[in-house]
Design a protein around this ligand. Structure first.
Ligand code: TRP
Length: 470
């Protein structure tokens, strides 16, 4: 096994790594985005495609990402550089790391804005703002938040400050401690919420909505969104899991930890979906409510249940925690690279990087108010040769950031990671990192060499309208 050591430190145990990676994976993607896109794209069939993508594409690519990280032991850029050197491959593969850095900047800038909403809702809940509210009251509350750039800016700033403070402290002192008890707590709360859905909500409707597939709802776009989300929710494609893998102890099993991480992430998404939809269907709210689903439907429920103020407070606190533990994993690869490159101290680097991300985030938060109708790529709409960029021309900054990262950069990064790990690492290197049974290893190799890259490529091209099947 390679004896390289990470300059940034190492997780104390495999379990800590699983918690950290699960903390990265479980976030706004699971609790906020998954329920609302499942709602928008019709439920069951979408969920089925999503699960299929997790198993066929997500899990093999996660194994590939952790493998590259643990062998390289540095930020994604330098890990790729070192590995390409070791294996006698082209330095061009470091593009994976560079793309990841760019993606990290873009994702965190809009992620922080939504993380800010969940922080705001912790305060609202504590102040009893949902108490006896009906759906129109909570909708008005959410709208008021969206329409105030200064309020959004304050919460976005707070979110970035928290993420910065943790990353500045480093792997062990910053990340490890909090995760140990916050992750189990998040889980407990979700179970309580599902329990509430069972007793007071319409769980039957939720189950049938989420698990009864209506294939007529499956468009090329729905499949692209489901696949993009599989990457997003598992934190794949930009080097976040790779950099966490760089801190993984030598003896830990990459296969087993991957299954635990993907399992936890999927379970949380399903439970959050069931809890939220059972409440949605009991209140006569549309499941296709969009981004406001979590911030409108749930507060209504909390406002009308016994102990709702308390549950609401704890729930949004935990959504915030989930968002923070994801946010740090988006910042970490960028900071790790900048530390390696500049030799400056971690706090200084983390502050500079956070400042840039915070600034891009301002564009994202203005998309909900002052710049609502502003589509930065609108001018491309009239260029005939760029017709394939058409889906982007109508998007505001927030949607553009979310779309280009989720539907484009992450899948693209994922393909490259799979190809590099599958075709460019030598067999002995791979066997060293992945001491699993022959059959499992072969299955994984086929997945990263052929199945995942081709599947992702087809879905990408189809979704972009370059290659149309539907
Ligand atoms: N997976 C997180 C979520 O579902 C978001 C996230 C964290 C992420 N790190 C990432 C997404 C890296 C893409 C890449 O909320």
């Amino acid at each position: 096994m390679s004896d390289r050591e990470s300059p940034h430190g190492q997780w104390s145990t495999s379990l800590v790594f699983v918690l950290a990676a699960a903390g990265s994976a479980v976030g706004l993607g699971n609790i906020w985005k998954f329920p609302y896109i499942a709602g928008e794209y019709g439920g069951g069939a979408f969920v089925l495609v999503y699960l299929f993508c997790i198993v066929m594409i997500g899990i093999p690519i996660m194994v590939a990402e952790i493998t590259l990280g643990r062998r390289g032991r540095q930020s994604p850029v330098n890990s790729l550089r070192t590995l390409a050197q070791d294996e006698g491959r082209s330095q061009a593969w470091t593009i994976i790391g560079w793309m990841g850095l760019l993606t990290g900047f873009l994702i965190l800038s809009f992620y922080s804005v939504v993380g800010g909403w969940s922080l705001a809702y912790v305060l609202y809940a504590a102040l009893g703002a949902f108490s006896e509210a009906d759906a129109s009251d909570t909708a008005a509350l959410f709208e008021a938040l969206q329409e105030s750039p200064w309020t959004l800016l304050a919460w976005h700033t707070l979110f970035m400050a928290i993420v910065f403070a943790i990353v500045a402290r480093g792997v062990r002192r910053g990340l490890e401690r909090a995760l140990d008890f916050l992750m189990p707590l998040l889980f407990l709360l979700l179970i309580i919420l599902v329990g509430y859905g069972l007793v007071s909500g319409n769980m039957a409707a939720a189950v049938s909505f989420m698990f009864r597939p209506d294939v007529s709802m499956l468009t090329g776009e729905a499949i692209l969104v489901a696949m993009g989300h599989a990457f997003f929710t598992l934190s794949l494609g930009m080097g976040a899991i790779m950099v966490y893998g760089a801190y993984l102890p030598k003896r830990s099993s990459i296969g087993k930890t991957t299954l635990s991480i993907a399992g936890i992430d999927t379970l949380v998404a399903m439970l959050a979906g069931l809890a939220i939809f059972s409440i949605v269907f009991s209140l006569d709210i549309s499941p296709a409510e969009g981004p406001g689903l979590l911030f409108v439907a749930l507060p209504t429920a909390f406002g009308n249940m016994p102990g709702g103020t308390f549950f609401g407070f704890v729930f949004f606190a935990l959504v915030s925690v989930a968002a923070v533990t994801s946010g740090i994993s988006i910042l970490e690869p960028v900071v790790a690279y900048a530390v390696e490159k500049s030799g400056w101290t971690r706090p200084v680097v983390a502050a500079l990087v956070s400042l840039v991300i915070w600034t891009i985030g301002i564009g994202a938060l203005l998309s909900f108010n002052l710049w609502e109708g502003f589509a930065p790529l609108g001018f491309l709409a009239d260029v005939p040769r760029l017709w394939f960029l058409e889906p982007l021309t109508g998007l505001n900054i927030f949607d553009l950031l979310s779309w280009t990262t989720g539907q484009l950069l992450l899948p693209l990064g994922g393909i490259l990671i799979a190809l590099f790990a599958g075709w460019k690492l030598s067999q002995p290197s791979l066997r060293e990192e992945l001491p699993m049974s022959e059959d499992l290893f072969t299955a994984w190799l086929v997945a990263v060499r052929v199945v995942a890259p081709i599947a992702v490529l087809i879905v990408l091209l189809n979704g972009l309208g370059i290659l149309r099947f539907s």
